[in-house]
Design a binder for this molecule. Sequence first.
Ligand code: SAM
Ligand code: SF4
Length: 397
Amino acid sequence: IASMRGRVCQFSLSRPRESAPRCEIEPELGSFLPANSRYIRRERRPSESGAGVESARVEMAFEATRPLIDPFERAITYLRVSVTDRCDFRCVYCMSEDMAFLPKADVLTLEELDRMCSAFVTRGVRKLRLTGGEPLVRRNIMWLFRQLGRHLQTGALDELTLTTNGSQLSRYAGELVDAGVRRINVSLDTLDAQKFKDITLWGRFEQVMEGIRDAKDAGLAIKINTVALKGVNDDEFAAILAWCGDQGHDLTFIEVMPMGEIGANARLDQYMPLSMVRARLMEDFTLEEIDYQTGGPARYMRVEETGGRVGFITPMTHNFCESCNRVRLTCTGTLFMCLGQEDAADLRAPLRASAGDELLTDAIDEAIGRKPKGHDFIIDRRRTDPAVSRHMSVTGG
Ligand code: SAM
Ligand code: SF4
């Protein structure tokens, strides 16, 4: 493409005169146009032709495809994709040690995940987050990052990112940057190696810290996600905030959510409202409300002493549903329109039913048409059932 102004691009074509009279360019357009665009017209103007060569200037225009708008007028622009249900950790609030994992045939292949994500990008999704399970333990996952990175290059996608436990960052940080990833979320609940073991069971603290260092050195901006756990890490909040300030990482605290049958562990007893986390932090730091938004449910505050930001995600005690712009896809192709509700749509069947994306696009439209207004997590302390029965590793948090 020689020049691109707004939604019009121009280029020149030349061919030997004796070649076939028709020159098909439409099949090629897909690789040039932003994914959320549709080709609408082409004009050819003959231009100077030399001996034996015919040239033409071609101008084509394209228009944005229909965005995904739910029944409450919210545009869906953010897709979180769980690329695997497997993980190399067994965080006590997330998985049981004897988790049964999905059979391979049920899990979308990397090619299918690419098709699925690209269909959403075509319909106006501008931010993709890969999560899991642990996304970086899926074999050949860098292929998917590179594939999806093409949508950054065309401008169809604003951000490609991931949430990771950090164990594989030393290995992949450079490749993530090459694929176009700029910011990542790393989950880290403690700075104490023994507690880290107690929380993650299988995790290795030093490996994660090294991964975070390597990711920073590779140029990735890092946000640390810390689940607030009463009686586990509640004596460390200030230390974690100070460490993030030193390292230049943002920090978000998350309330533990009642999800998945993970046995009679202390999940509900560990619940701690983030108002308490904030109150604890304010004993040591000056926190000031700010307007910063990342398109997610976190509310951010500026930390005067470090110059950094601290966010709070309070799904249990605060309703952020009015501005919800996201949906979640599992690694089996099930779309959850709301983290807190059971309603879901199967996108794998329409994806596998045909090579084209028409059936898939119809199924996405139908699903978005069912996105609920909001959710209502209920912690009933007399019961041990989770409010939502799926595991966090299924929808990726
Ligand atoms: N394995 C990656 C990781 O740990 O970052 C990505 C998947 S993990 C399910 C995504 C996030 O969900 C992590 O930050 C984790 O701490 C959080 N999480 C898992 N179970 C949770 C629960 N029951 N309540 C709140 N957050 C949870
Ligand atoms: Fe694995 Fe992440 Fe769940 Fe921990 S929170 S068990 S790292 S998926």
